[in-house]
Design a protein around this ligand. Structure first.
Ligand code: CAA
Length: 287
């Protein structure tokens, strides 16, 4: 039976969560956006407004559609209310395994039995996360990319127990959102995070070793390889803390080639987290 996707619950209103909520609402779904704090929800909704404004300015969205998309997103702090009648639940909370397991236990208690359960984790084990629910065949990785409204890929991660029906549901969702799916096996770092952090970490080591300036390392990849952004700019966009957490996980799970560079660790300790903190490898004007 094909999954009918009318209502989506997105858990976590951060950069990824509010972006996912936006694209689901733009695709015609009713969306519940849940975060633990009112402040985080307000920030998430403001992020959606800003992104929609950009689309209106570019003439890609009209004012009525902007209004409709915003009205389709219901913010809430109550997880049970958000997931109660959802067809799809997408978890996009911080990358802490114990938080994810607790969240999936709560989802399991309140979501309808037909709902597809997705996690936006960029490196943790989908199979381990699925172990928190009674029927792990319902759980699949739905890995989106930042900025969500612009990036065309969703990496679907198949856990050891993920069913064919869940994979079909995930493909149907991604297609409905106008994005392209790839399916990868549940292996640390999947396809995209593993390759992405490998280039990012090497660029940071090159900076440490004085091979070239941050600007020149980024220019090398933009002009020499046609990457839309250099690896250091991209680390600033993703967040240095996020990349450090992925590297630490891959270092433990895969091996020495993912040892985090000392410079990355120091910058995170100094609060230089990239765009979101105003400084990373570059300095940003406050928006
Ligand atoms: N909402 C809506 N539209 C947005 C947007 C947003 N948040 N951000 C950018 N856009 C739109 C712009 O309006 C613009 O639209 P037009 O083409 O109609 O003009 C378009 O996207 C391009 O943006 P800009 O002109 O401002 O700037 P740009 O051409 O330099 O592109 C970029 C910006 C899209 C971010 C581009 O540099 C890029 O693709 N960078 C690479 C991003 C990337 O690699 N992301 C993956 C990160 S890894 C990850 O997310 C996964 C993980 O697990 C950590």
């Amino acid at each position: 039976m094909t999954l009918s996707i009318r209502k989506v619950a997105v858990l976590g209103a951060g950069t990824m969560g509010h972006g996912i909520a936006q694209v689901c609402a733009q695709a015609g779904c009713e969306v519940a956006l849940r975060d633990v704090a009112e402040g985080a929800l307000a920030k998430g909704i403001a992020g959606v407004e800003k992104s929609l404004d950009r689309l209106v300015e570019k003439g890609k969205l009209d004012a009525a559609e902007r209004k409709r998309v915003l009205a389709a997103i219901t913010p809430t702090t109550q997880l049970a209310d958000a997931v109660r009648d959802a067809d799809v639940v997408i978890e996009a909370i911080p990358e802490r395994i114990e938080w994810k397991l607790e969240t999936f236990r709560e989802i399991d208690a309140s979501a309808p039995p037909h709902a597809l359960l997705g996690t936006n984790t960029s490196s943790l084990s989908v199979t381990e996360i699925a172990g928190a629910v009674r029927d792990p065949s319902r759980v699949v990785g739905l890995h989106f990319f930042n900025p969500v409204p612009v990036m065309e890929l969703v990496e679907i991660v198949r856990g050891i127990r993920t069913s064919e029906a869940s994979l079909d549901g995930a493909r149907a969702l991604v297609t409905k959102l106008g994005k392209k799916p790839i399916v990868v096996r549940d292996f640390p770092g999947f396809a995209t995070s593993r390759l992405g952090v490998a280039i990012g970490a090497e660029a940071i080591r090159m900076l440490e070793q004085g091979v070239a300036s941050a600007e020149d390392i980024d220019t090398a990849m933009k002009l020499g390889y046609r990457h839309p952004m250099g690896p250091l700019e991209l680390t600033d966009l993703v967040g240095l803390d996020v990349r450090l957490a992925i590297l630490e996980h891959l270092h433990r799970e895969v091996g020495e080639q993912f040892r985090p560079p000392a410079l990355l660790r120091q910058m995170v300790r100094a609060g230089k987290l990239g765009r979101k903190s105003g400084e990373g490898f570059y300095v940003y004007a406050k928006s």
